[in-house]
Design a protein around this ligand. Structure first.
Ligand SMILES: [Zn+2]
Length: 356
């Protein structure tokens, strides 16, 4: 494992420096060295540069890349049928090593095994196997659950009912400010020495991490609740495409809140899509153009009517702007489905806060 780790770090460097992300090129550059200098068996040598390619690829894709990535733990990437196989109660590794299986994940089944990672952690070997899980079939939606976002809330629903989730920006902001204050306080010249000692640097870092974790946990939890709601009523989830919103936020002066908002929206999008795939809930992405400025009844332009309220001067319709956005997203979703605007079959959500 030690040899593998050294070989892997060497391979990552070579792959990145030569942009050798094809198997052929990596093979030519590395195979012989990995075998001769690092003493890896042929098949493990192949696994090693394959892993290096995977790590290099994700690093090259990352736009704000830091230092070249390094493997620090003891682990070996293994290919099923080539460098490991499962035989009865044993995992057989290349080179004749046999590890007794003392427990299997309950989801372990006969789906084709893909790559595995052998880890050595606290004196124990753990074999992590990635495997395909069957994608659940998606149902035919009986209605639409529209998702609208604003700075303070995520509003989901349709014309019949509505549900609101608070964002967690303020809590995350608290930790981000702690980090920034600390950074400001210690940025003057006389503090540089203490910064270098690392203690304060670590604290600043941990506050930033805490802020990001708050957002991530919130996005996971909220998306889970939204998708569960859709599944319960057999709705399709229709979320706005937030790309433009995020782009516009990026143009704003660099205020700390803005970056947390961007992060929140991005993570929420990611987890909603992921949850939908996992739970077999149909999902569509809706173009947000006009969703919060056009009357959902008659299509006229809405005018402001107090705080977060909009009114249609033509037909008299008035509502909270998020409620309007939800109805407009729902309308667009039906149009996209090719169905009619009125769908009497859509069951009404009962245990939610009604919008009026
Ligand atoms: Zn109107």
């Amino acid at each position: 494992m030690k040899r593998y780790r050294e070989a892997l770090n060497y391979s990552i460097k070579v792959v990145i420096e030569n942009k050798a992300i094809s198997l052929g090129k990596a093979h030519r550059l590395l195979y012989k060295v990995l075998k001769e200098k690092y003493g890896l068996p042929s098949k493990i040598a192949i696994d090693c540069y394959r892993e290096a390619i995977a790590i290099a690829k994700s690093w090259l894709k990352n736009t704000n890349k830091g230092k070249i990535p390094r493997a620090n733990n003891f682990r070996i990437w293994l290919t099923y049928g080539q460098s490991y196989r499962i035989k009865g109660d044993y995992v057989e590794l290349l080179g004749g090593y046999r590890l007794k299986i003392i427990g299997l994940d309950r989801r372990y089944d006969s789906y084709p095994n893909k790559d595995a990672r052998l880890l050595l952690k606290d004196g124990k070997f753990i074999l992590k196997i990635s495997k395909r899980v069957p994608e659940p079939a998606k149902y035919d939606p009986k209605g639409v659950l529209a998702v609208d976002v604003n700075e303070k809330q995520i509003v989901v629903g349709n014309r019949k009912s509505e549900y609101r989730f608070d964002t967690n920006i303020e809590r995350a902001l608290h930790y981000k400010q702690l980090a920034e204050n600390l950074q400001k306080k210690h940025s003057s010249f006389k503090y540089i020495a203490s910064l270098k000692r690392g203690g304060i640097k670590r604290r600043i870092k941990s506050f930033y991490r805490k802020a990001r974790n708050i957002i991530e946990d919130w996005a996971k939890k909220t998306s889970h609740e939204i998708v569960a709601l859709a599944k319960q009523y057999q709705y399709e989830v229709d979320r706005e495409d937030l790309t433009n919103l995020v782009e516009n936020l990026r143009k704003l002066p660099k205020e700390h809140k803005v970056s947390l908002l961007i992060l929140s929206y991005r993570r929420l999008e990611h987890w909603i899509d992921w949850q939908c795939e996992k739970q077999g809930v149909p999902i569509a992405v809706i173009n947000p153009k006009g969703t919060s400025s056009i009357c959902p009844i008659c299509g006229s332009k809405l005018v402001e009517n107090g705080y977060r309220k909009l009114k249609c001067n033509k037909c008299g319709f008035e509502a909270d702007r998020d409620t309007i956005a939800v109805i407009n997203i729902e309308k667009k979703a039906y149009k996209k489905m090719g169905g009619s605007l009125t769908t009497p079959t859509a069951p009404q959500m009962t245990d939610v806060i009604p919008n009026r």
